[in-house]
Ligand binder design. Sequence first.
Ligand code: SAM
Ligand code: MG
Length: 214
Amino acid sequence: MDQSKEQRILNSVSYNAVKGDPESVLDCIDNYCSQKEWAMNVGDEKGVILDKVVEEADPTIALEFGTYVGYSAIRIARLLKPNARLLTIEFNPEFASIAREIIEIAGLSEKITIIEGHSQDIIPQLREKYQVDKVDFVFLDHWKERYCPDTILLEECGYLKKGSILLADNIVYPGAPDFVKYIRSHKSFDCTNYPSHLEYMKVEDAMEKAVYMG
Ligand code: SAM
Ligand code: MG
């Protein structure tokens, strides 16, 4: 059977990256996806914005919607302090399994839990099944029509606290207009827009940070 693009990314990481070195895994994925086959990782340019916001949040509990092959999970987890953890949700079992292998190569398996399922089903289970009380940082990078309902679900389930930081990718391309309208008009969110470019392309994109003010 033909290999998928995601399997080819894994092959490239297995062959070229230094085991236990997250930076080399990220470089390997960025090189492959900028030179060989485009893929929907947040990428190196927006990745720098992600890094800065993770450092600002300094999370103990970080959450991600949309693992794909684990690129952004590795970016986030490599910056986590001891005892902090990242839960990342992915509904495609092939992507989840490839991400598990790539995260293992990066040496970050102990910090990252991949939860397989739909975000809308998993969010209400986070407290009982994954001992999450409040989240410090959330990276939204799954299908764009879920950004707004999943943000509302996070609020309704009581996971947001004063200072929780949401960061949403692809605000311009492909865009998440209902989400942007919702958080910018919500009195409890303080929003900042970070103009950038779509991963590995010259196409305009942006990320939106929303700090929950309680
Ligand atoms: N965050 C990743 C990175 O930068 O390396 C890229 C994530 S990719 C843009 C989006 C992923 O979200 C896909 O792998 C897709 O299968 C997954 N996804 C989309 N909607 C989802 C949902 N409602 N629940 C869980 N996973 C979802
Ligand atoms: Mg994205």
